[in-house]
Design a protein around this ligand. Structure first.
Ligand SMILES: [Zn+2]
Length: 222
């Protein structure tokens, strides 16, 4: 039925749309696999809607396990309620159709369907598409009415560091260290060398001596 796919069985069935009148805060679409009951949907792979770079893999009590894929400088797709054991990590380059996780019911997925085993109740995919950070209706991107441009795929600056070893940096006034612990006041006045980079975690120091690990967003190049 759809031209583009987010479930490897290619049998997506919409169960709740974008901001329906009775769910004004529902800023995505819910899908199950139409050739599977919610009971058997437990084994269905979720696939990337388009080429891109994984920009976030996280969990919270509402979204459950979720994955964000940045497709170009302004479109991100988000896949929620994924089963434990997500197959990708931040920074991975993914291709359209690549399996990223298994459909699940982590997070807020209430369902009282008595025909489904309790541990699989509520299994579905909640898909969001953010254009310039604003959630937009995913349906036109599945029907083919709108396309996700995959030109100029760039690593998302918010999570992948743009610093490299040897850069000279200053720490922004008032910033805390990577674990949220306060830093001594002199740290904000010194210039440091970048000694290690691991995504957004940057280790800084002077002359080979480590001073702190800080978040990339709290650093400025000098
Ligand atoms: Zn939803």
């Amino acid at each position: 039925m759809y031209k583009e796919h987010i479930i490897n069985s290619k049998n997506e069935q919409l169960t709740s749309g974008f901001r329906p009148p009775n769910r004004p805060t529902h800023v995505g679409c819910d899908y199950i696999a139409s050739d599977n009951s919610q009971n058997t949907a437990r084994g269905v792979d979720i696939i990337a809607l388009a080429d891109g770079t994984v920009s976030k893999v996280a969990y919270d009590s509402a979204r459950g396990n979720y994955v964000d894929i940045a497709h170009n400088s302004n479109i991100t797709t988000r896949y929620q309620h994924l089963r434990d054991g997500v197959k990708v990590k931040v920074g991975d380059i993914v291709k359209k159709g690549q399996a990223i996780a298994v459909m699940g019911n982590t997070g807020d997925c209430s369902s009282s369907n008595p025909n489904v085993l309790p541990e699989y109740r509520g299994t579905h995919l909640h898909l969001e598409i953010h254009v310039n950070g604003v959630p937009t209706d995913p349906e036109p991107y599945l029907t083919g009415a709108k396309m996700i441009s995959t030109m100029n795929t760039v690593p998302p600056s918010a999570t992948v560091s743009s610093f490299k070893v040897g850069d000279k940096v200053k720490v922004k006034q008032g910033a805390k260290d990577y674990n949220g612990v306060g830093l001594a006041s002199f740290v904000y006045t010194n210039t440091y060398d970048v000694q290690q980079v691991n995504d957004d975690r940057v280790v800084i120091g002077i002359g080979g001596k480590v001073t702190a690990a800080v978040n990339a967003k709290d650093l400025q190049k000098v």
